[in-house]
Design a protein around this ligand. Structure first.
Ligand code: ADP
Ligand code: ZN
Length: 664
């Protein structure tokens, strides 16, 4: 195909059409001169110039080096680990065109917006792209000015792009676990990539994913035809996430507590069913929270609006089923609350992992109840009985996530070890007092001493035994608490020796212990229709005879309260991090960011990360030169937004500063 066919006859100095709402800033001639951001340079120079970052995160540098040395590689990095830079930096170094295969349009569009903000020429070819934009993209492709081309696997397999991909420097496959049957999200089209890639001979391949099991890794290498690949496997732990798992007594009230710690910040609340989503969203809105519901039963426009508002920071909280999240790249999600226990540890890791992609602290709170696991089992077997293999897998999944939820063991350690890695990461400083960022290590959840745990468990199990499997967990709690209800009197439970036996421990604790005993298999829930009955198991009977060991944890209510007191109530956590003196500036910069983002038609976090606003608030730069030295500010961003930022730092109102022209 000759380039002119794509150019039409209007070559020259005309402004290129706008591709996705971004202001056209360059002419064709400018582009032939090649933009400054992708001048031939070392990876570290490109990192600084285009993205404004001083140093690579773990394994980023190695993967870039592999690509530049034409070596295939597999990159496994947790969410927020910075996978996109692994293939964007080779393009920014001037190595040539990088082709990125990505499974979702929303993911592609977000990445394209971010790459363009960094000054790279990027486009995603997909069905939502207008004709004019598509023509432009193909022009850029033809004259070699494109840095990054995103396509879906279907599009690549269709074959019409094949003759146009000269000068390919790298074939990158994002969400590469989609190629494997063993992972979640299997996509059959991913299986056809290999034969396409084979036609590009020596062009290096880079497969990237956050899903880390060794089996999936092997499968990716085989299915994508990676040739003696360098395996760059990162540590799965996300140290900036603060994990908590606490018994649920009121989902709305507990979610609200977390939300109140993060005024005006973004968060996600996951619930199990559509109905629970509606109820929770309703309760939060009533409490004055800026929240919206999101589930598959809502009309597409309603869902699209919620997603769009959330990404563009016009909405603080989305209450959703797990249908929400794929393709949400908002990097400053400050908390993820699970109102129910998720399906598996893998699911939890993925859903909670949407918090804190920018590396700043974020809260992940799981509210558990043993009944959640029953619901998962019921949903899994709704279409008939499972094969013995599936049944065993389901048992294991539910047991593991149940254990995560109730075992009084460091949550960071448990998650990391689940993925077969040691905790803490080798080489990191050993921490004798634990991770410092989970409810257990923060001392909010305490483990009962072994002997006390056994005695407590025995009391509960014998109460359940006396109820003869004819009552639910609620009645067992009432009996142990010594609540004189009609039900207790009618059944004569108020005359049982176990009546009021655990009165002093508090209802929340007793409820949680029953859940913990269910998860550990000493008690079980037997379902009949809509009722569930508490029964005792063989292991429970054995424990009452003094055989076996049990672990019980208690949540120290006061710990969370005192922690809350240490924060300035009016400031968001991100603002609080900069210190009281700079909070006002941080908030004004946030307003500026929102205005600039709206003008550029991109989400606010694409303009600047929260961490960049923090750096500016602390440093208060007075010149372009000092501004460029700050984290997250490359040359392009400084040129585009620097004048406005400096004006706000100097005291101008954001609304006024936003309408200032960018520097030439
Ligand atoms: P992933 O795709 O692995 O979840 P991203 O590529 O979206 O992660 O990166 C997460 C965030 O971290 C992005 O906002 C990105 O700009 C930022 N980031 C990436 N690399 C670095 C780095 N070396 N230094 C600072 N921030 C980085
Ligand atoms: Zn811990």
């Amino acid at each position: 195909m000759h380039a002119d066919e794509w150019f039409g006859d209007g070559e020259g100095d005309e402004l290129l059409p706008d591709v996705a709402g971004l202001t056209p800033v360059r002419t064709l001639d400018d582009m032939r001169r090649r933009p400054a951001v992708r001048e031939a340079s070392t990876p570290v120079e490109a990192l600084k110039r285009a993205f404004g970052y001083d140093a690579f995160r773990p394994l980023q540098g190695e993967s870039v080096d592999a690509a530049l040395a034409k070596r295939d590689c597999l990159v496994v990095l947790p969410t927020g680990g910075g996978k996109s830079l692994c293939y964007q930096i080779p393009a920014a170094c001037g190595a040539g065109l990088v082709l990125v295969v990505s499974p979702l349009i929303a993911l592609m569009d977000d990445q394209v917006a971010a790459a363009r903000e960094a000054g790279l020429t990027a486009v995603a070819l997909h069905s939502n792209l207008g004709e004019a934009a598509k023509r432009t993209a193909l022009q850029q492709l033809a004259n070699g000015t494109l840095d990054l081309l995103y396509v879906s696997p279907e599009r690549l397999v269709a074959g019409d792009l094949m003759g146009r991909l000269d000068n390919l420097a790298l074939l990158a496959v994002d969400e590469a676990h989609c190629v494997s049957h063993w992972g979640h999200d299997f996509r059959p089209e991913y299986r056809q990539l290999r034969s396409i890639f084979d036609r590009f001979g020596a062009v290096p391949r880079m497969a990237l994913t956050a899903t880390a099991t060794p089996q999936v890794q092997d499968d990716i290498c085989v299915q994508l035809g990676l040739r003696t690949p360098l395996r760059l496997i990162g540590h799965v732990d996300r140290p900036n996430l603060i994990y908590r798992a606490v018994p649920r007594h009121s989902a709305a009230k507990q979610a609200l507590e977390v939300i109140k710690r993060h005024p005006q910040e973004g968060g996600i609340v996951y619930a199990q069913t559509r109905k629970e989503v509606e109820t929770l969203a309703g309760a939060l809105v009533k409490a004055g929270v800026h929240a919206a519901a999101y589930h598959a039963g809502l009309p597409a426009e309603v869902r699209a609006k919620a997603q769009d508002d959330f990404v563009n920071e016009r909405l603080d909280v989305v209450v959703a089923t797990i249908a929400f999240g794929m393709g949400i790249d908002r990097s400053n999600v400050r908390y993820v609350v699970h109102a129910n226990t998720p399906k598996s540890i893998e699911h939890y890791q993925q859903e909670a992992g949407r918090a804190g992609r920018d590396g700043l602290p974020a809260d992940c709170v799981l509210l558990y109840g043993a009944a959640d696991l029953m619901t998962h089992r019921r949903l899994a077997t709704m279409d008939g009985p499972l094969s013995p293999d599936r049944e065993r897998a389901l048992d294991r999944q539910l047991r593991e996530i149940g254990r995560y939820a109730v075992a009084p063991v460091c949550r960071h350690r448990l998650l990391t070890e689940h993925f077969g890695q040691p905790y803490p990461a080798p080489g990191s400083e050993a921490r004798s007092e634990g991770c410092g960022s989970c409810d257990v290590c923060l001392g909010e959840t305490k483990e009962l001493p072994a002997e006390q745990a056994v005695v407590t468990a025995q009391k509960i199990i014998s109460a359940a035994w006396r109820l003869e499997g004819r009552f639910g967990p609620g009645q067992c709690v009432d009996v142990l608490m010594g609540k004189a209800t009609d039900k207790s009197e009618r059944a004569g439970h108020d005359r049982l020796t176990v009546f009021g036996l655990l009165k002093d421990s508090g209802e929340t604790a007793v409820r949680a212990w029953i859940d913990q005993l269910v998860v550990q298999g000493f008690l079980a829930l037997r379902e009949e229709g809509v009722y569930s009955f508490l029964v005792i198991t063989d292991a429970g009977r054995a424990l009452c005879r003094g055989e076996g060991a049990v672990r019980l944890g208690v949540v120290e209510e006061r710990a969370t309260r005192s922690e809350r007191k240490t924060r300035t109530p009016s400031a968001s956590a991100a603002a609080a991090a900069v210190g009281p003196a700079d909070q006002g500036l941080f908030e004004r910069l946030r307003t500026l960011r929102k205005l600039l983002a709206a003008k550029a038609g991109v989400p606010p976090y694409v303009v600047f990360h929260d961490s960049t606003l923090q750096a500016i608030s602390a440093a208060k730069p007075t010149s372009m030169a000092t501004l460029i030295g700050l984290k997250g500010i490359g040359e392009r961003k400084a040129a585009r937004y620097g004048a406005q930022v400096l004006a706000v730092v100097a005291g101008e109102e954001p609304e006024k500063a936003a309408v200032r022209a960018a520097q030439a």
